[in-house]
Design a protein around this ligand. Structure first.
Ligand SMILES: [Fe+2]
Ligand SMILES: [Fe+2]
Length: 260
């Protein structure tokens, strides 16, 4: 029989936590009772207030968007309309022609981004600015889909994209400075001209290029809606010679972008 109580250790006394905490509050180290510098008294933090944007923030935002559009690969918010459409083999001449047309359309979308950003930057009415930026989001989809198709066709975007972007941004900002009615009128004219050239491309694309066709058909419907929305938002009709000058600039862009 083992005596139950003999040799049993006395349980350790519980740590005097309140005393230890008290020493720490006084600035003493628990193992080495040296007084440490007292912690700074807690400062009351003011309520977080949204930081006002400095004009430089806007410049940096715009520069970032420009770089993403020209050198990056902005993702589309919607799925590519080509989806499961079969990629029918094209001969070399057909592939080069389809790539030239899709490069034009890609440049058109780079220009659309720049125009809308330039116009939105100087828009006076927040509703007009929102309208422009919302349309710009759909143009990002178009940009991504055209870039996808160019890759499928073993081709590349225009080497002059930085130039197209800078020129279009300046034109957009100038149009926007005339006032919001002009701003929206510029959107209507641009979108109607783009719609017309997409129609032309749908007629001249190789018949077998079903994937490019699917993309352009969706883009054409979007561009028509952008124009309708801008008309309903109060666009004014641009006087001559502005539409003629815009058409001439667009023709020059198409001629160069087909090759470069
Ligand atoms: Fe577009
Ligand atoms: Fe558009």
């Amino acid at each position: 029989m083992i005596p139950a109580a003999r040799g049993r250790r006395k349980p350790p006394a519980p740590l005097a936590l309140p005393a230890l905490a008290d020493r720490r509050r006084r600035g003493e180290n628990a193992r080495c009772p040296v007084r440490l510098p007292s912690p700074e008294p807690a400062q009351s933090t003011p309520m977080a207030t949204p930081r006002l944007k400095h004009p430089l923030d806007h410049v940096l935002d715009q520069a970032q968007r420009a770089l993403e559009t020209v050198f990056g690969n902005p993702p589309a918010a919607r799925g590519n309309p080509a989806g499961d459409t079969p990629d029918v083999a094209l001969d070399d001449a057909e592939r080069r022609h389809a790539a030239g047309l899709m490069r034009i359309n890609h440049v058109g979308e780079v220009c659309a981004q720049a125009l809308y950003e330039g116009q939105a930057a100087v828009a006076r009415d927040p509703a007009t600015r929102d309208h422009l930026l919302e349309a710009a989001q759909e143009e990002t989809d178009h940009l991504a889909w055209c870039a996808d198709r160019l890759r499928e066709l073993d081709s590349r975007p225009s080497l002059l994209n930085p130039v197209w972007y800078a020129g279009s941004y300046a034109i957009g900002a100038l149009a926007g400075l005339r006032g919001d009615g002009w701003n929206l009128g510029f959107v209507v004219e641009t979108e109607r001209q783009v719609e017309a050239h997409l129609d032309e491309h749908l007629q001249t694309l190789p018949q077998a290029d079903l994937r490019s066709r699917a993309i352009l058909t969706t883009m054409k419907a979007d561009e028509a809606r952008h124009a309708d929305n801008a008309e309903q938002a109060g666009a004014r009709i641009l006087p001559q010679p502005i539409p003629t000058v815009m058409a001439a600039a667009s023709k020059l862009m198409k001629t160069v972008a087909y090759r470069l």
